[in-house]
Each structure stands twice: as structure tokens, then as C-alpha cells.
Design a protein around this ligand. Structure first.
Ligand code: AMP
Length: 396
């Protein structure tokens, strides 16, 4: 479907053009029509499907073509992480470039100056606010946030917000909003607790379901069955012996991120780390350096696994097996964004075998197991459902 067929305002079509989008993605096709009609929606959609533009484009269209409350906040987009807030604000900037829509990202972790800038925008009015829940509450508690004219509420990555314990914050934010408004809820998964939240927020929503827990086909997946102690050396070897231009290595624990980054730096590899102990400025700087190819390897916790939009990542390495299939798909989905190809490697230790086999079940097929070069010594067998006793072999 062409964007022009949706009747979007020409200023928005210009924005779409400048972003280089030609046709609407399937999520966009399904989401944009009901949103343009003013309906509430609940959409199960993964990142990487074009869902950000799916809600931003009709929102922008409605903002610029219907009565506008100047000096007020017209739309609020609530997201789980600062990185996602910044990224959505950037998308708004691009797509609304030819309109006069104003927007701001409001998130924690910045300095005092950013709080003052946010306060100014929230108290004098801005068309779209993209915010993390905790920071928004901090502003709301001070009493100056102009919300009387708010007409649109978007919850993005809602399952992630519930996982992070933001349920109460979201419920509280909603008590500050006018009752008459259009609500859009996006979530990669739809656990039971999401239904409860949706019931509280949405009014006769249109249900859209495009989330299939499926890894994009253009990603080449490979897993390596190893002993925990072999992981660092194998990763170093993978990074050294291939010419990857942008690599993300995911670790479940901050401590592993820190240790692995230190090891990679010691091996003279251009690596940096992203995790929640790092101040906001450094996180943004490293992401920027990664985008600009100053840093070629980002070692990160799952903080980076959703929604982060860097197009040309050619390799994702799972230093450890993610907790579940959805997390696995989110992590590997950082590569092969928007139809390019990519590779995803997962290192599976003895203890992680059954977790990985659960993921394979969700994927519907086993992931190809790669050979570990002999120089790394014997490796375990892949026997996730058996008791693992001395079942290792050499040089597969
Ligand atoms: P998202 O799922 O919102 O994170 O988007 C994933 C990627 O697809 C981003 O790089 C978007 O800029 C890109 N994208 C979104 N919509 C389109 C489209 N209609 N055509 C091509 N690329 C798109």
C-alpha cells in the first residue's frame, strides 16, 4: 500500500519521502486506518516492523488537521527506556519536518539543565511528549504539566513497561489525563496482565495482531555449544577473524558486560559498554560513536534489545542465552533491520542448554550448531534434556 492512498496530509507525505519510505509495512497498513478514524487500538507488534511510524504518521496527521490546543500538551507517548524515548523523538523530528509540530523527549538520567528544559516545555505546552514513566511522574507531582488539551495517549512496548514494574506509574499518569482521548497500545507480547491494563485504558479498541514470535528470515542464526569459561576467548576470536563493521554483544548481567568490554578493550578491539550503571551522557555518546563507526562493538544488557534503531548492525552475539524466546527474537532482531541481512550467534553454556532448547521450541526449529575451532579445546555435547555428565567431545 502506498502512503498517498491513506489520505495523509501532503506535509507528512513529504516527511515520509525524506525518510525514504516507499510503501507502508504490514503493521502500518493495519494500524494507520483505524487510528486515522479516531479509534483506540491494541496492537501486538514487534519492533523492526515499522510500528513507530505506524502510530506517528496518523497521529501527526490528526494533530495538524484537527483543532489544536496551543499552549498545551496534545499527545503523550509513554515508553520504557530513555533510548527508546530519544529514538521516537528523532522519528517525530524526521516525519514532521515539514510541519510545525513540536515535540520533546522527557526521560530520567539527564542533568539539571535537561529537567529545566523539560519543565519549560511541559508548562508552556508542546504538541507531543515522549516520556519514560518515572520522569513523567516527577514532573506531574510538581503540578505544572499542561494536560487539559491532551487528546492522544500512546503506550509503546507496554509489555516491557509492565516487566519493569511501571504498572503503577502508568496508572497514576492516566489519572492526570482528560478522560476523552484516543488511546493506542503497542506490545510485543500480550500476557494476561496486559489485558488488565488494556481494559483500564482502552475504549472499544480495534485489535491488531501482527506479532508472530518468528525471527526475521534474513537473519542467519548459529549457536555454539561451549563451556562457560570458553566464551570470552571464542568471542574475541569471532570478532578478530571476521571483518564485521557493527557488532552488538548482549549479556544478561551488567557485570558480564563490564568484564567482557574490558577484555575486548585489552585485546585492542573498539568496544564500548551500555548498561544502566552508566550515566545518560556516556550511553548517548557510545551509541552515537557506534552509529558513526568510531566504536564497532557495543556490549550491552537487554536495555538495548528493544526498539533501538541502528540499521547496519551486521552481527549480534548472545554472550549468554536470553531468558525467553521473545527476548531472543528482540536481541537478534537488532541485526537485519529493515530488510538488510545479518548474522546472530549464541553461545550456550552447559547450564543454558535447556533454556536454549525452549527457545528453539518457540522458534519452531533447531538453530544450526556451529563448530568451535579445535584450539579452544573440547566442548560439551548439545543434550538439553539429558543429565549432563561428562558428555563432551572434541573438535566437532
Ligand atoms: P520500528 O519497528 O518502528 O523500530 O522500525 C524499524 C525500521 O524500519 C526503522 O529503521 C524505520 O525507519 C524503518 N521503516 C519504518 N517504516 C518503513 C517503511 N514504510 N518503509 C521502509 N522502512 C521503514
Amino acid at each position: 500500500m502506498k502512503f498517498i492512498d491513506l489520505g495523509l496530509d501532503p506535509r507528512i507525505l513529504e516527511g515520509i519521502d525524506s525518510m525514504g519510505y516507499e510503501n507502508a509495512t504490514p503493521v502500518q497498513e493495519q494500524v494507520m486506518v483505524p487510528v486515522l478514524e479516531g479509534k483506540d487500538i491494541i496492537a501486538a507488534a514487534q519492533t523492526g516492523t515499522g510500528k513507530t511510524a505506524a502510530f506517528l504518521l496518523p497521529l501527526l496527521h490528526r494533530l495538524i488537521t484537527s483543532p489544536h490546543t496551543a499552549g498545551d500538551i496534545n499527545a503523550m507517548v509513554i515508553v520504557p527506556t530513555r533510548e527508546l524515548a530519544i529514538q521516537i523523538a528523532e522519528s517525530i523530528e524526521g516525519l514532521s519536518y515539514f510541519t510545525d509540530v513540536s515535540s520533546i523527549a522527557v526521560y530520567g538520567g539527564g542533568d539539571g539543565d535537561s529537567f529545566i528544559t523539560e519543565k519549560k516545555a511541559l508548562s508552556t505546552g508542546v504538541d507531543i511528549v515522549v516520556c519514560t514513566p518515572g520522569r513523567m511522574i516527577a514532573h506531574l507531582n510538581m503540578g505544572y504539566v499542561k494536560l487539559k488539551g491532551l487528546k492522544y495517549l500512546v503506550l509503546d512496548e507496554a509489555d516491557r513497561m509492565l516487566d519493569m514494574g511501571f504498572n503503577e506509574d502508568i496508572t497514576k499518569i492516566i489519572t492526570f489525563l482528560p478522560k476523552e482521548r484516543q488511546n493506542l497500545l503497542f506490545s510485543a507480547t500480550m500476557p494476561a496482565k496486559m489485558r488488565v491494563l488494556a481494559k483500564k485504558i482502552l475504549h472499544e479498541p480495534v485489535e491488531i495482531n501482527i506479532a508472530i514470535s518468528k525471527a526475521p528470515e534474513q537473519i542467519v542464526q548459529k549457536a555454539f555449544v561451549v563451556f562457560e569459561v570458553q566464551k570470552v576467548a571464542i568471542i574475541k576470536d569471532m570478532l578478530r577473524s571476521n571483518n564485521y563493521s557493527k557488532v552488538v554483544v548482549f549479556c544478561s548481567k551488567k557485570q558480564s558486560v563490564k568484564q567482557l568490554t574490558a577484555e575486548l578493550k585489552r585485546a585492542k578491539l573498539a568496544a564500548e559498554e551500555i548498561h544502566s550503571d552508566l550515566d545518560q551522557k556516556s550511553r548517548e555518546q557510545y551509541l552515537q560513536d557506534f552509529r558513526n563507526n568510531k566504536v564497532t562493538i557495543l556490549v550491552a544488557t537487554d536495555i538495548l534489545s528493544r526498539g533501538i534503531d541502528i540499521d547496519d548492525i551486521d552481527l549480534v552475539i548472545n554472550y549468554d542465552v536470553p531468558n525467553d524466546g521473545e527476548d531472543y527474537i528482540h536481541r537478534i532482531g537488532r541485526t537485519a533491520r529493515a530488510a538488510t541481512s545479518g548474522t546472530a550467534f549464541t553461545l550456550i553454556s552447559e547450564k543454558e542448554q535447556s533454556k536454549f532448547s525452549d527457545i528453539e521450541e518457540l522458534l519452531g526449529a533447531p538453530v544450526l550448531k556451529g563448530n568451535v575451532p579445535e584450539e579452544f579445546g573440547p566442548t560439551p555435547n548439545y543434550a538439553p534434556r539429558q543429565k549432563k555428565q561428562g558428555n563432551f567431545k572434541r573438535g566437532r
